[in-house]
Design a protein around this ligand. Sequence first.
Ligand code: ZN
Ligand code: ZN
Length: 335
Amino acid sequence: MRALRYHGAGRLAIDEVREPSPKPGEAIVRVVSCGICGTDLAIRAGNLKRVKPPVTLGHESVGYVEALGVDGDLKTGQIVAVEPLRWCGSCGPCQDGNVHLCVQLTLLGVDADGGFAPFVSVPVEKLHGVPPGTPIERIAMAEPCAVSLRATYRSGLRPHGSIAIIGGGPIGALAALIARDVFHAKQVFVVEQHRFRADILRGMGFRVLAGVEAVEAIRSETSWGVDVALDCVGTTESLALAMEATKSAGTVTLIGLHDPTISFPLQGLVLRELRFVGTRIYSSRQFSEAVALLASGRIDTSPLITKRVPLELAVDDAFNALARGEDLMKVVVRC
Ligand SMILES: [Zn+2]
Ligand SMILES: [Zn+2]
């Protein structure tokens, strides 16, 4: 079969590789689509030093159960989303129940062969099924949706509360959908400069703001700021904006990791008693919840998938297009 593999900094290729066969406790998934995320671009750029080439990338895969190496509830032909996390179960964070913070955490599609291929081998407990007849593209964004779901929980957003989301890429857009359609937030603001993405979000009914007017508009349309802000960018500027948009005693949740080190307006934290919360990936339960929300149609991600590229063309038409900053939101590879 053909697979999109990482061969070291700057080098991706479509290679001929052996099809996986099911090991005990695992299933073979026939991949229908696999989304491209910022992490894939960071790996390709050589910025994730732990990744050992050659490896098949892709950690946002959905497909059908093709073969099972174990008896259980799953059936061949069932539609599934693949949860890519693997943890050790014995380190401190794992023992505390925070398996997503495992000191040896690995991801399918980063540390082991993933979903940019027609078939992938996955431990059965990492497969999340949906009811028969569910249109498979509904769950194509399950993995990033789980990230945004955890971030929204971590933010402490309450029903009928207000939220400002800094950065309207896929993670921010999914958080906006979750805030409105799951948490029933009264006010959802998205701050996004990129015209193409801003237009998509406006089309989905969100209040989209840009630049310096954003803080002023948010303050005037709320009681001096939102209850919670979610920084999906992670720069000095985006954090300052998130803090200024948040009311005193509100919460700023950090998810974006654009710059490893940023400067930080300390006085805003102390004098206005802001709370800061970090959020990372998701728990298995939250992954399941994200899959169920998408499968039921409560969250409609269809406006966010703006390009579908066949595997053979994924390097040029998907990875290079994203790296060039073309007008794109979520790009999925059809395997
Ligand atoms: Zn990702
Ligand atoms: Zn662990």
